[in-house]
Write a protein that binds this ligand. Structure first.
Ligand code: ATP
Length: 345
């Protein structure tokens, strides 16, 4: 069983920079958790602390039932897949996949069987005699996965494993990795700055910002109930519309538009996802559409409402043109945030 627990784990680099503020969370056995956030938010530092490649400054890290703060990376029963694959260029695919086992003094016949099994799983059986330079990016990534799989670890750690691949291959590989993880049932922590990867692969997402955890939740929770304006604008492309509003007499107002939401009298930031606004000739939002972005399966209407920039997502069959339109908001689709802190109310 490989649960992972962090109890107030913190990282201060020798220059005094606090890259990870005290963080506490627990990853369940077999769970696929994605750490996501913008460049520099501390997600790689967090992963590297779990891997043992970076010292932990404070707090306790538990993998399985052992506190591993001072345990060597090699003794943590983990396998890591990196962005640059870290393959040995002079070795064949088979040797690359089996390398970690050779070091463990496992008999050659057993290694060959395990390599064969992993290669079958990863569709690499035709490439076992090739060198990494004779493979495509996606195939190299699979070799790196194979090397992790044969070690039979209790924890997989992925550090932006798909960022060197083109967009199409990334989409394909993220499905492959997710399917493989499901099949093997190995607890996994996956770092990416790509919110689509996080949404599509994770059982739970941990959103980080400036060394701090902003939210931990399922993809649906993080998307539909963002804990802060940071999460609202980081998750989702295009991001959530954030409008300046005010609650008065039980109603939330943006400019002179009343939204049917009750709250104490106060200033607010009002968040609405682009797909939760629907063009509707009886709607009470008045939107000036200035640009239409055609995306094949759907369209994005960019414009203004009451002086706020606003994006609306519509299906491909929706007739649209620029200019003045009316729109309505789907029921229960409004998120409210404190304007000063950005925290969800
Ligand atoms: P990216 O997506 O760009 O890799 P990240 O979220 O993974 O970013 P980290 O690599 O964890 O970010 O770095 C977090 C912060 O810690 C950054 O501001 C970085 O500059 C800083 N940092 C990283 N390594 C060190 C170091 N050895 N000494 C001091 N600061 C460091």
């Amino acid at each position: 069983m490989a649960q992972v627990s962090l109890n107030n784990v913190r990282k201060v680099y020798p220059n005094g920079f606090e890259a990870v503020k005290p963080a506490s969370f627990r990853i369940e056995d077999g769970e696929f958790v994605v750490l996501v956030g913008p460049s520099g938010c501390g997600k790689s530092t967090m992963l590297r602390m779990i891997a043992g490649l970076e010292d932990i400054s404070d707090g306790a890290l538990t993998i399985g039932d052992r506190v591993v703060n001072d345990v060597d990376p090699a003794d943590r029963d983990i396998a890591m897949v990196f962005q640059n694959y870290a393959l040995y260029p002079h070795m064949t695919v088979a040797k690359n996949i089996g390398y970690g086992l050779k070091n463990r003094k496992i008999p050659a016949a057993d290694i060959a069987a395990k390599v064969q099994e992993a290669a079958t799983m990863l569709n690499l059986t035709d490439y076992l005699d090739r060198k990494p330079s004779q493979l495509s990016g996606g195939q190299r990534q699979r070799v790196a996965m194979g090397r992790a799989i044969v070690r039979d670890p209790s924890l997989f750690l992925f550090d932006e494993p798909l960022s060197n691949l083109d967009a199409k291959l990334r989409n394909q590989m993220r499905i492959e990795i997710k399917a493989l993880q499901r099949r093997l049932g190995v607890t996994s922590v996956y770092v990416t700055h790509d919110q689509v990867e996080a949404m599509t692969m994770a059982d739970r997402i941990i959103v980080m910002n400036a060394g701090r955890i902003e939210q931990i939740g399922t993809p649906a929770e993080v998307y539909h109930s963002p804990a802060s304006t940071f999460v609202a604008s980081f998750m989702g492309a295009p991001p959530m519309n954030l409008l300046t509003g005010r609650a008065e007499a039980g109603r939330v107002r943006v400019g002179n538009v009343m939204l049917h939401q009750h709250h104490e009298d106060r200033d607010l930031t009002v968040g609405i996802r682009p797909e939760d606004i629907i063009p509707d000739s009886h709607g009470h939002l008045e939107v000036e559409v200035t640009l239409i972005e055609e995306l094949g399966a759907h369209r994005l209407l960019h414009g203004q409402m009451q002086g706020h920039p606003l994006t609306i997502h519509v299906g491909k069959d929706h007739p649209v043109e620029t200019g003045h339109i009316r729109a309505a908001i789907k029921p229960n689709a409004v998120s409210l945030f404190d304007p000063a802190s950005g925290v969800r109310l």
